[in-house]
Write a protein that binds this ligand. Structure first.
Ligand SMILES: Cc1ncc(COP(=O)(O)O)c(C=O)c1O
Length: 402
């Protein structure tokens, strides 16, 4: 009889994404459960002192301690590896734990990092404030112009860091172009792929070396738990992240890993539906006089429309736009919405609206916000799973009241 207990690991590389998201990484216990088992355990017991010694020596592959690895977390890591085309991964307690681990584990004092300046607020703090405290030099650039990456290179440049599409103004950066420049100098490219989701963009295929996610967003997709993941080659994980991860402990809880496994099962259905609605809402907003500017990857008026076509296999579940009338109008609009709720989160089943200048990007100086195209009138809309026509009616009602 064939052993089907780990069928989700053995065959996943050959499956299409929707199948990988349901079965990838599945490892069944002796009970043959249908749904993934939740192993809420801190540690593991050994049959003998010799067995414990063998496991610590690495002669036996079993689990040691859930800070290092856990069977439920392992299933989540393997499912994400299959989906991403990565050889190995470490799941983390949040997206920020993934971002900071992916950078700090491979950098030391005296190294130099080039980063796109359009980053989620906390990512920018890690690059701009935290890393220089440890002697790591950083240069922030407009990442949409490939020449800026080349110009920023120094003899000690070790890492290029970017997110694409960016939070919140949905700029798209040429990952393959950046990877080519990095490869020429032996630097590593780390891509925060949160906004694209694992469905629409494959950074490793485009030449990036490390991919990070906040699994808190579309991977959970129902606003329940925090999580993150770093994916790369086995060599890079073994040589950089393995020890950092074990000894600093940003580990994901097995309960959250289980929730994220369940989230992945429905990700393609949710994200495609949310994208379809987002596209409809973006087109509607673009037709209104009260809206100054709409940014939506997938619309022909997106600043990098050609690159979106080349690099991404889908649009976005997010729309950014500017309302005529500045901050007062943006606040009045948000306050008048009834279905869409005000929140800094995204990728949820519930539609959420954010005013980045006063929330997620409030710590940036006004000039830095202006460089990123974040004005007092900019709002970011994360489209949920409600009926798109109800959301359009909510937007129209709120605009009329503004
Ligand atoms: C692009 C991006 N990266 C990283 C994060 C951080 O994720 P988490 O909140 O799970 O730590 C976020 C959160 O909003 C984000 O938007």
């Amino acid at each position: 009889m064939t052993d089907k207990s780990t069928d989700g690991t053995a065959n996943a590389a050959n499956w299409r994404p929707a199948t990988q998201m349901v079965h990838g990484g599945t490892s069944r216990s002796q009970f043959g459960e249908t749904s993934e088992a939740m192993f809420l355990t801190q540690g593991f017991v050994y049959d003998s002192a010799e067995a414990a010694e063998a496991r610590f020596k690495g002669e036996d592959e079993g689990f040691i301690y859930s800070r290092y690895a856990n069977p439920t977390v392992d299933m989540f890591e393997k499912r994400m590896c299959a989906l991403e085309g990565a050889e190995d991964a470490r799941a983390t307690a949040s997206g920020m734990a993934a971002v900071s681990a992916s950078l700090l584990c491979q950098l030391k004092a005296g190294d130099h990092v080039v980063s796109a300046r359009a980053l989620f607020g906390s990512c920018r703090w890690v690059v701009e404030t935290l890393m220089p405290q440890y002697g790591i030099e950083t240069t922030l650039i407009d990442g949409t112009d490939l020449e800026n990456w080349q110009r920023a290179v120094r003899p000690n440049t070790k890492v290029f860091f970017l997110e694409s599409p960016t939070n919140p103004t949905l700029e798209v950066i040429d990952i393959a172009g950046v990877a080519k420049i990095a490869d020429a100098i032996g630097a590593k490219v780390v891509v925060d792929n949160v906004f694209a989701t694992p469905l629409y963009q494959k950074p490793l295929e485009l030449g990036a070396h490390i991919v990070v996610y906040s699994a808190t967003k579309h991977i959970d997709g129902q606003g329940r738990c925090l999580g993150g993941i770093v994916l790369s080659s086995k060599d890079w994980i073994d040589g950089n992240l393995h020890d950092y991860f074990r000894h600093t402990g940003p580990s994901l809880s097995p309960f959250n890993a289980w929730t994220l496994l369940k989230g992945l099962e429905t990700l393609p259905l949710r994200v495609r539906q949310q994208t379809e609605s987002a596209r409809k809402i973006a087109d509607h907003l673009a037709s209104l006089n009260s809206i100054k500017r709409v940014i939506y990857p997938g619309r022909p008026d997106h600043p990098q429309a050609d690159l979106v076509q080349k690099q991404m296999s889908g649009g976005s579940t997010l729309v950014a736009f500017e309302i005529e009338g500045g901050k007062a109008a943006a606040f009045a609009f948000e306050n008048a919405l009834q279905i869409i709720r005000i929140s800094n989160n995204l990728g949820d089943a519930k539609s959420l609206i954010t005013h980045p200048a006063t929330t997620t990007h409030k710590n940036l100086a006004e000039e830095a916000r202006a460089e990123l195209g974040i004005t007092d009138a900019t709002v970011r809309l994360s489209i949920g799973l409600e009926d798109a026509d109800d959301l359009i009616a909510d937007i129209d009602r709120a605009l009329a009241a503004t």
